[in-house]
Write a protein that binds this ligand. Structure first.
Ligand SMILES: Nc1ncnc2c1ncn2[C@@H]1O[C@H](COP(=O)(O)OP(=O)(O)O)[C@@H](O)[C@H]1O
Ligand SMILES: [Mg+2]
Length: 256
């Protein structure tokens, strides 16, 4: 018998433990997205929050994995150019990424060789195709780069090749990068860290997103204590605005 290829363990729980409660919570988010996309095209989804460390990257990576088990081709883009970390979660190198692809696109337009930048991530627990586009070469002018017309065009081009694109972005409360990535997306998921994110800070970030007419799909509450008897430790809890009012969704206000 030939030796089976051994895969290095990643930091993405939905990949390593597809039966975990965390993986199940991300499948629930996937289901909500499916329902949300019945009437409107939701192909580019941005994940943001008000501050750092609220689990945006964790949510983006896990969501991309569970989506790739349902949709044919999914792309995860690391657009947190100030603090890129998707490559760390998947334990891949951050060599050529979106910043490099953008320069290439600016010179060569649609003729660029996309495969140079898109890394297919293969794993026994990924049924379909998951591609990673890491952040790439570090840049100083992150806001200008993310907000450039070329970035908008590049995303439009990439959209043609994937069923869904998940963007892991910067926080929206401290810098504008997370707001710009939201404007580039069809919908935004706002991450809130349980027992940490201050409600006024979150409210301010959400209001700012609304000022930019962002399609706010809902909120994912992270790092909550899961109370089910069979599970210990931390997990995710989520809700969407179309669910029955909860205290938190009320305090964030309702979209029209
Ligand atoms: N459900 C969770 N329970 C406990 N720790 C978590 C959970 N989700 C993420 N973390 C940890 O929180 C930290 C920040 O997560 P990360 O996804 O990098 O946040 P962000 O992208 O918002 O800065 C990381 O150390 C991560 O391992
Ligand atoms: Mg992050």
């Amino acid at each position: 018998m030939p030796k089976t290829k051994e895969y290095e363990k990643t930091g993405v729980i939905s990949l390593e433990e597809p039966e975990s409660v965390q993986a199940e919570m991300h499948r629930l988010i996937r289901t909500r997205l499916e329902y949300a996309s019945i009437d409107s095209e939701l192909k580019i989804i941005n994940i943001t929050s008000s501050t750092a460390n609220e689990a945006k990257t964790t949510t983006a990576c896990n969501l991309a994995v569970v989506l790739a088990n349902k949709l044919s081709r999914v792309l995860l883009i690391d657009l947190d150019l100030r603090n890129p970390s998707c490559h760390r979660a998947f334990k891949v190198k951050n060599e050529l990424g979106i910043t490099d692809m953008l320069v290439d696109y600016a010179h060569n337009g649609d003729e660029l060789d996309k495969n140079k930048y898109l890394n297919q991530f293969k794993h026994p627990n990924i049924v379909n195709e998951l591609y990673l586009l890491t952040a790439g070469t570090q840049v100083i002018n992150t806001t200008e780069i993310i907000g450039s017309n070329k970035m908008k065009d590049l995303l439009k081009l990439l959209k043609q090749y994937f069923d869904m694109i998940i963007i892991d972005s910067a926080p929206s409360g401290v810098v504008v990068d997370g707001i710009i990535t939201s404007t580039l997306s069809d919908g935004t998921i706002f991450v809130l860290e349980s027992n940490r994110t201050k409600i006024d800070v979150a409210q301010k970030a959400v209001n700012q997103l609304r000022n930019f007419k962002i399609n706010l799909l809902g909120v994912v509450l992270t790092k909550t204590k899961y109370k089910a008897r069979n599970y210990n430790g931390y997990s995710y809890y989520y809700y969407y605005r179309d669910k029955k009012a909860s205290n938190t969704s009320k305090s964030l206000g309702k979209d029209k």
